[in-house]
Design a protein around this ligand. Structure first.
Ligand SMILES: [Zn+2]
Length: 219
């Protein structure tokens, strides 16, 4: 070793004792930033807000299929859907309500599983076409009050009959107002309603995204 390098090496070692820990942190941050997240990336809603209630029906057998089709209950959506949903929830919270989630993004394989159980396009979207749920742009939701009690929407989630339609006239004034409350805020925050299902909303900007089969990890 040439002698003129020695002081430099000693100095570098000293510097490392002081600063190597923070260097490691900087590397970690750089690694995180290298994961590119854009509007269409699938993200987990709970990592963006803790203000939602959940009752993920298809992760249980308490659904019209009488079958648990998800291995675990997680609400994944494209980032732009999450952004709009968080904004809608904050508007509901100003009025004393919160969104309760029944279903979010549904990987295509899950759609196929559901189609196998009930092969009727009246109840389950045909996986050959795919649905907005398979594109990460749809949510099935209701509202709860400050005590976590669901508002009366007239029918249960996934009730397949005309009573579940926004246009069904023979509902009580309370049910009518509850559905209007849900619909008004959702449709003014970037979502479309679906006439025959009071619980279903699609992000208007999500209609052209590709059907996906990305799956989340169950811990
Ligand atoms: Zn739906």
């Amino acid at each position: 070793m040439t002698s003129y390098l020695k002081p430099f090496i000693i100095l570098s070692s000293l510097f490392c004792i002081v600063s190597c820990k923070s260097q490691t942190i900087i590397v970690d941050t750089q690694e995180k930033n290298s994961v590119i997240i854009n509007d269409t990336t699938f993200v987990n809603l709970k990592e963006y807000s803790q203000d939602f209630e959940y009752d993920m029906k298809y992760a249980t057998d308490d659904n019209f299929l009488k079958s648990k089709v998800y291995d675990c209950a997680e609400c994944f959506l494209r980032l732009k859907t999450v952004t709009a949903l968080v904004e809608a929830n904050s508007k509901f919270m100003e009025k004393g309500y919160k969104i309760k989630i029944f279903d979010c993004y549904r990987p295509l394989d899950i759609q196929k599983k559901m189609w196998k159980i009930v092969s009727n396009p009246k109840y389950v979207a045909n996986p050959a076409k795919g649905s907005i749920h398979n594109r990460g742009g749809a949510v099935d939701i209701t509202l709860v009050d400050r005590n976590g009690k669901e508002l009366d929407m007239g029918t249960s989630f996934d009730f397949f009959g005309e009573e579940a339609s926004h246009n069904y006239p023979n509902v009580s004034e309370e049910v009518k107002q509850n559905r209007i409350l849900l619909k008004n805020i959702m449709t003014t925050t970037g979502f479309n309603s679906f006439d025959s299902e009071w619980w279903h909303y699609n992000l208007k900007l999500g209609l052209n995204d590709a059907v996906s089969n990305v799956k989340w990890e169950c811990k």
